[in-house]
Design a protein around this ligand. Sequence first.
Ligand SMILES: NC(=O)c1ccc[n+]([C@@H]2O[C@H](COP(=O)([O-])OP(=O)(O)OC[C@H]3O[C@@H](n4cnc5c(N)ncnc54)[C@H](O)[C@@H]3O)[C@@H](O)[C@H]2O)c1
Length: 367
Amino acid sequence: MFKNAYHGKKVLVTGNTGFKGSWLTVWLLNLGAQVYGLSNGAPSEPSMFEALKLREHITYFEYDVNNLKAVVDVVASVQPDFIFHLAAQPIVRTSYIDPVNTLATNIMGTAHVLEAVRLSNHPCTLIMITSDKAYDNVEWVWGYRETDRLGGKDPYSASKGGAELVIKTYYHSYFKLPESKVRLVSVRAGNVVGGGDWAANRLIPDCFRQWGIGETVEIREPEATRPWQHVMEALGGYLHLGQQLSVRPELNGEAYNFGPMGEKNYTVRDVLEELRRNWNFEGQEAPVRYVEKLGFHEAGLLKLNCDKAMFDLKWHTILTLEELGCLTTNWYFQYYRDAKADMFQLTRDQLEEYAQLAAERGCAWVS
Ligand SMILES: NC(=O)c1ccc[n+]([C@@H]2O[C@H](COP(=O)([O-])OP(=O)(O)OC[C@H]3O[C@@H](n4cnc5c(N)ncnc54)[C@H](O)[C@@H]3O)[C@@H](O)[C@H]2O)c1
């Protein structure tokens, strides 16, 4: 898988205690990588990081990415072959409450990781994770392409657009020079779904938190569409891109969208129906209640055009909505209904199942 690019390699994951970072850690461990993590603690209670006891499997540095010296020291001591930068304040609603911390963490945190790599002067392949919200969302019907204008109206979206500008300047100022030993890309994915997310104010975690204790979940905007994909689909793209970037210099400095094909923008209601299907409610009458939306501005329609990832990397999503729902619900159901469940092993099993489906469905990264 991934041409064995990660086997025996030192891989630093920032944001390793988070939802995506935890899944990425397990996948990298499966691939035989030495995994290092940098985060400022688990982002939620419970958290996937703690549920899987990931601290036992990696070298973990508990620091704030706003602390330049700490980030520089970690990168200098680890000298990673690959960095996946995921550490961020990732919630739109939180960004309204604490805009300065969101802007600092997401923009300057990104600058600190890039500066640490520049100073370490060690060969490194960098995958910088921003977001689909990095685009200036003008609420048109077309999918955003990598060349579209960046920047958003809310502080989170602005912070991700800002991170993209920082990545661009480090590429043009340092990493595209012939003597540079660093290659980098930025990746923009939309909402990812899967077991193990407990972030506040996110639809899927809100559902399972409530269903896990037999309560009804309140849902706003059931007809809103999002480019939903399972977290394994996006991470497969990140890992594939990291491997490709390490052997294809022409990808240096590029940006890639990772998301489902345009026609697969399902509504909140569609996704909820799939999640409900696999949960045993044991007579609970109303697992979902639809309520009025809040006053925060959160952009409605947002689609990604992923033709570039398809064309350059032969990457595409493979799971149906039914499969996405089934994998997600099964993960949470085990967690909430079986106190003895080995969630590390269950996550490994889901990654194995996904890799088998990817092989059957002709994914480029399987070999
Ligand atoms: N989950 C999604 O649907 C989604 C969609 C688009 C983009 N993203 C991006 O993917 C990345 C990971 O998202 P996630 O869903 O795993 O979020 P998460 O909240 O589960 O994890 C965030 C991680 O960042 C770390 N972090 C936050 N502030 C930090 C700081 N100041 N210093 C050090 N570490 C800090 C947390 O400890 C945690 O490890 C983020 O950059 C997010 O913006 C996520």
